[in-house]
Design a protein around this ligand. Structure first.
Ligand code: SF4
Ligand code: SF4
Length: 296
């Protein structure tokens, strides 16, 4: 699995960058998660976003503590003791950073031995730093580092930028910018290939910072792999004549045992249902009954 951790500042488009990277990887045939993490939305405040890319279903959830690729869109973050993204990397983490420092200056200033890829967007276009398009440039540089084909980046950008209601001209300009940045990031220094992803098979117990208010789920022991139905003494039965398709049962089920059929009616996956009774309690029209489970 490739774990990408992106760090920037509110207003730079880092969340959009993670969506563009995630969607491009998804279009390449990978399983993907991408998610932003920020506190109160405040322009200029540090923001992180995370992308997991794998050829296998991704069972982990939550923030990425030990990234394979650390992307830093704004080197002013390195000056902050509280927010310095370099505090969150391991020795093998590749660092992709937008900075005017050279690689050797960066390595000596921050005592880094990690593989470094630097690109200087201020030199490329001084205006870009102050615009939300910074995230687009960062996404393009990241996709280049991950050896993703630019056509996937282009398709992903059309999808994601249409989703935030950019008009066609702005999308075309953004794609043009992304292509120029993509071509600028040094060829031959790219280090990861999405098409060649391999699982390491090593389980790493990560430190989860208690100050981060999201829970993380590690792959080992993941409840998706367990058949909770084996514990269950009861199972819910739905009266479809009276079901209003309100989806409340789906929302409340703690084990994601509900899916929906093509007509929008809830369907229980009894292998995943542990018979906890929550759906019966929450159903507003009381059309769910719990019956003793037949385990034969
Ligand atoms: S009984 Fe509990 S686990 Fe089973 S479907 Fe209802 S809410 Fe989900
Ligand atoms: S909560 Fe009740 S009414 Fe709503 S979809 Fe589920 S079974 Fe149907």
């Amino acid at each position: 699995m490739i774990n990408v951790s992106l760090h920037g500042r509110g207003g730079q488009g880092i969340k959009t960058a993670s969506h563009i990277i995630g969607t491009a990887a998804f279009l390449s045939g990978s399983y993907v998660q991408d998610q932003p993490l920020y506190g109160a939305e405040r322009r200029g405040a540090p923001i992180s976003a995370y992308v997991r890319i794998s050829r296998q279903p991704i069972l982990e959830r939550g923030t990425i503590e030990n990234p394979s690729l650390q992307v830093i869109s704004d080197d002013s973050l390195l000056e902050s003791a509280a927010d310095n993204p370099l505090e969150k990397i391991r020795e093998s983490t590749v660092v992709l950073i937008n900075t005017s420092l050279t690689k050797s200056d960066l390595a000596s200033k921050y005592s880094l031995k990690n593989p470094l890829i630097v690109f200087d967007l201020a030199k490329f276009d001084p205006e870009i730093i102050s615009r939300p398009t910074l995230g687009i440039a960062v996404a393009a540089a990241t996709c280049r580092t991950l050896e993703m084909d630019f056509d996937l980046v282009r398709q992903s950008m059309i999808k994601e930028l249409s989703g935030i209601h950019l008009d066609k001209d702005d999308i075309a300009m953004s794609i043009d910018l992304a292509k120029r940045v993509y071509d600028m990031v040094t060829h031959g220094e790219t280090v990861m290939e999405v098409s060649g992803i391999r699982e390491s098979g090593i389980f790493e117990m990560k430190f989860h910072n208690p100050a981060v208010s999201t829970c993380s789920i590690t792959a080992t022991g993941n409840s998706m792999l367990r058949e909770r139905g084996r514990w269950s003494g009861f199972q819910p039965i739905i009266d479809y004549e009276r079901c209003t398709k309100c989806m409340i049962c789906y929302v409340y089920c703690p084990d994601s045992a509900y899916t929906f059929d093509s007509k929008g009616y809830p369907v229980v996956n009894y292998d995943a249902c542990k018979g906890c009774n929550i759906c019966q309690t929450e159903c507003p029209v009381k059309v769910i009954t719990l019956v003793k489970r037949n385990k034969t």
